[in-house]
Design a binder for this molecule. Sequence first.
Ligand code: AMP
Length: 216
Amino acid sequence: MNDKKITIALSKGRIFKDTLPLFKHADIEPVEHPEKTRKLIIETNQADVRFLIVRATDVPTYVQYGAADMGVSGKDVIIEHGGDGYYEPLDLKIANCRLMVASPIDEIDEPKKLRIATKYVNSAKKYFAEKGQQVEIIKLYGSMELAPLINLSDRIVDLVETGNTLKANGLKPTEHIRNISSRLIINRASMKMKHQKIKEIMNALEEAVTNKSQQK
Ligand code: AMP
């Protein structure tokens, strides 16, 4: 990690798009857009701040090991990662969705021991354990909606925003596990060593989140 710079890990797509206006409020603007460049390190208008473009599931790892001082990560990803090595001081209230159990619309009888296909193994295990329900979890890396259609599983656990993806695949949301949003995460050592600059950015982001929710 560059000692003087503040390095911020972000993922492309939804998180980058929704985070940009918040960082703009902190007077941090990328000099290039990640959708328009192949570069993975993007400088900003502030000489001592840069963005790292990484996979969403890798953001906590970069922050945990201090390769990035801070990052923006979905609560779903943080739960699966385990939350070690970083603070989670701020709910950015972006990329909001729900983690849900979904079942086939046309299911007649509930199977005795459910098979659950999901990418969110930790969240799913915890949810069913707390309910005292024995299930078999099948780990998938994507396209979970397919699993019940071809009898790989009886249910899925997935993120739901509008519910359109479930509906298009003959599924319906049946149990709400938790609400999900993106969080600011900060490496523990960076929080101490670069406290002033990090606090400055955190305060500006917090103000941006508050302003945005007051506008609604
Ligand atoms: P929807 O059809 O609007 O319910 O969106 C569901 C699809 O978008 C599923 O494939 C989800 O995994 C994905 N999705 C929804 N919200 C999010 C989010 N906040 N972060 C990542 N993926 C999401």
